[in-house]
Design a protein around this ligand. Structure first.
Ligand code: PEP
Ligand code: MG
Length: 745
């Protein structure tokens, strides 16, 4: 039976290839394909529907339905059986279409005469491109072998569509990769950038999906897999001691030796596909599955498989990373995803970044922020739509990407960039001035940092110091635990760059969204509420001690400021402080020079700490409100969850009342207080926090200009009264009242 289908589909593919090799172009070529499929399958109808736009499918060719309906009949995704195949990506095989769920009768096609229906998705690497349909009068369910043969054909059609094989005469299809497209993603770093696409992973194009010598193709596949295995084994030997990396490579090796993976590809080749098309078919399947699985571990493995398929395709096609192409002018990096280390390698050369996956809290986003490069994440289809060198506009403020934009869009966008440049000039002119409000209140503006790439901002942003140095970023961008001596050198560089300005080093804040690649992940149902930050530090103090030692040594007899993250109760602070004292004693015994002064503070990130005994406020040297976490726990709304993230306003009266309470308690105990969450860098939120009594705001360097500029114009006393009136009126948020005041300035 399989023998039979193998030769069936090989025959069909062989005829398809002949059709492609002929002189026909555009519509004629598409028509010919439907004819020969109908003929080979012994069905009355074969039709090809392709996407007209994201939401609409169009009948592009048919054998058996009314010819007049070609390019006339359209349907929305999800509509009718064809629309359902396009939406779900799943085959529909029914002997009685008119009574199947969702059947939609389209009189212009005359299809009511047909009973059986087989709809196959046309997709390439997980991207839906259209639907291939066969129908017949006879009530029959198509055999699984017939389904398989058509799936292979659908894949070849997808490849041909990508290659532009149906473009041209008869305007069957407009060429791909030429129209302007707007892609909506999510903002991960604000800013606007114009430039040209640089694909991080160059697209591999399969130009020969069909092959007529399966033996030769099997040999090619085998040779490529052997080369891949040797490559993976070599990487394993080189990586030697690095256990975690070795585990990833082991997974690769497992796939590379996996019988199931190989067998499926061999079967595809036996049925007429070329070696590279067989690999790509497997990759498509893996991507389809990846979109559906929730389990993080399984997703990782599927993504390993995706990576492995890419390597194999590069070996087979000879296309790859080293294509010799040069980074274009004003490069905009486009990738499905990218790791922090790879992104750092590109560094400030990039004008913008667009990722198909990724998240606001991802490591790549952290790096992009440090480099102040506009970043849009979750921009679906960017890697399939965009080609190397394509003109692109990245609107990091709106989370929108304009690919191959039209002239009016380009000129509007350039106006926006020019306005931003003007604003930057304004900010530069006040850079060295103190932030003093119109009623004479002095606000201390400091910056958040964590990477070496942040350090130049200490001078050029006007920051008065570093209010939050996220030490975990250095741990996150590496693939193994840094050594103590490396940390000493690193912290020394930070202190040198600060030229005596105060730097608040926060000890490791790992867990939750910050998982070190070389540490065993905890299987926790609720990681944000789990074993993280100071909880890890106190339970397993080895790394914390090493870090404290490195900080003391880096201070080299100068002042040192340390802050513990995520302190939820007094006792945790006491224990952490004891660790600091013990480390100081140990360093003294070892003969190291001790810091001239030492401040040990805590981050207030859980509501509980706001209600800690006054004694805590007296003992702690300073407090910094970590608004990102505090807000997520105050409103019980995940900071990473797009659905709920923006649901509760920072200017909500309940949250401001809580901030007010913290300020009052700090005033009583004389505890210095700052705010270092993202809201400190948003001008409207920042002036309200200042009005509530916060005198130190720590933010991204790029936010210092805009925040200072607004602070210098407001009267905090007046603003405080406006906020207070709004609260007494019972407003849910003080934002409208504050906005009205600001508009009147
Ligand atoms: C915060 O929670 O507000 C904070 C500054 O820390 P992080 O964003 O690193 O969790
Ligand atoms: Mg935090």
């Amino acid at each position: 039976m399989v023998e039979n289908t193998e030769s069936e589909s090989r025959k069909l593919l062989g005829r398809l290839r002949e059709a492609m090799a002929g002189d026909d172009a555009g519509q004629a070529r598409l028509d010919k394909i439907t004819q020969l499929i109908a003929d080979s399958m012994g069905t009355e109808v074969c039709s090809i529907y392709l996407f007209r736009d994201e939401e609409t499918l169009e009948l592009c060719a048919t054998e058996g339905l009314n010819r007049e309906s070609v390019h006339q009949t359209r349907m929305r995704v999800g509509e009718g059986l064809v629309g359902r195949v396009a939406r779900t990506g799943k085959v529909i095989n029914t002997p009685d279409a008119p009574s199947a769920r969702g059947f939609r009768y389209m009189p212009e096609t005359g299809e009511e005469r047909f009973s059986s229906f087989l709809g196959i998705p046309i997709q390439r690497l997980g991207e839906m491109m259209g639907v291939l349909v066969v129908q017949s009068k006879e009530t029959r369910e198509y055999s699984s072998d017939a389904v398989y043969a058509l799936e292979v054909v659908a894949m070849v059609i997808a490849e041909m569509t990508e290659l532009g094989a149906f473009v041209g005469e008869g305007s069957a299809m407009s060429p791909l990769h030429q129209q302007s497209v707007i892609l909506k993603g999510i903002t991960a770093q604000e800013g606007a950038a114009e430039g040209n696409i640089w694909l991080h992973e160059p697209r591999v194009v399969v130009t020969n999906p069909i092959a007529d010598d399966p033996h030769r193709e099997l040999e090619r596949l085998q040779e490529a897999v052997d080369e891949l295995r040797v490559g993976v084994d070599k990487m394993l030997q080189v990586s030697g001691a690095d256990k975690e990396q070795a585990q990833v490579l082991e997974t690769y090796r497992m796939f590379a030796n996996s019988k199931g993976w190989m067998r499926r590809m061999e079967e595809d080749i036996a049925r007429g596909l070329s070696a590279e098309a067989a690999v790509e078919k497997e990759q498509s399947l893996a991507r389809g599955r990846m979109a559906q699985v929730q389990d993080a571990y399984l997703r990782e493995r599927l993504s390993d498989l995706d990576d492995l398929s890419n390597r194999l395709l590069r070996i087979l096609t000879g296309q790859g990373k080293d294509t010799g192409a040069e980074l274009p002018e004003n490069p905009i990096l486009v990738a499905r995803n990218i790791g922090p280390a790879e992104l750092l390698e590109y560094g400030r050369k990039l004008k913008g970044i667009v990722l198909e996956e990724g998240s606001v809290g991802s490591h790549a986003a952290i790096v992009a922020r440090a480099l102040a490069i506009p970043l849009v994440v979750r921009a679906a289809r960017i890697t399939t739509e965009g080609l190397n060198g394509d003109h692109v506009l990245v609107d990091g403020d709106q989370g929108v990407v304009h690919l191959r934009p039209d002239d009016p869009v380009v000129s509007a966008f350039r106006d926006k960039i020019a306005m931003q440049a003007q604003a930057q000039e304004r900010y530069a002119s006040i850079r060295d001035k103190p932030a003093i409000t119109s009623d004479g209140q002095r606000i201390n503006l400091v910056m958040n940092a964590g990477l070496m790439a942040d350090l130049p901002s200490l001078d050029n942003s006007g920051a008065e110091g570093v209010g939050l140095f996220r030490t975990e970023l250095q741990f996150l961008v590496r693939n193994k635990m840094p050594k103590r001596s490396e940390l000493v050198a690193l912290y020394q560089r930070v202190l040198e760059a600060a030229h005596g300005k105060r730097v608040v080093f926060r000890t490791l804040d790992i867990g939750s969204d910050k998982v070190l690649p070389y540490m065993k992940p905890q299987d926790e149902p609720n990681p944000a509420l789990g074993w993280r930050a100071i909880r890890v530090g106190l339970d397993k103090p080895g790394v914390m001690r090493m870090q404290l030692q490195a900080l003391i040594r880096a201070a080299n007899g100068g002042p040192l400021t340390v802050m513990f993250p995520f302190v939820a109760q007094f006792e945790e602070y006491r224990l952490a402080r004891e660790e600091v004292n013990k480390t100081i004693e140990r360093e003294k015994r070892l003969g190291h020079i001790l810091p001239s002064s030492l401040e040990v503070g805590a981050m207030l990130e859980t509501p509980s700490l706001g209600f800690a005994p006054l004694k805590f406020f007296e003992e702690v040297d300073f407090l910094s409100i970590g608004g990102n976490d505090l807000k997520q726990f105050f409103f019980a709304a995940d900071r990473e969850n797009e659905r709920v993230r923006k649901r509760y306003d920072t200017l909500n009266v309940s949250f401001l009342s809580f901030i007010e309470r913290i300020v009052e308690r700090c005033d009583i105990s004389g505890t210095p207080l700052s705010f270092c969450g993202e809201d400190a860098g948003r001008p409207i939120e920042a002036v309200c926090l200042a009005a509530m009594g916060i005198r130190t705001l720590s933010m991204r360097p790029a936010s210092i200009g805009p925040v200072k500029s607004l602070l210098m114009r407001v009267d905090l006393g007046e603003l405080r009264k406006i906020i207070s009136d709004a609260r007494h009126r019972g407003d849910q948020t003080v934002r409208p009242a504050v906005m009205q005041y600001l508009r009147g300035l």
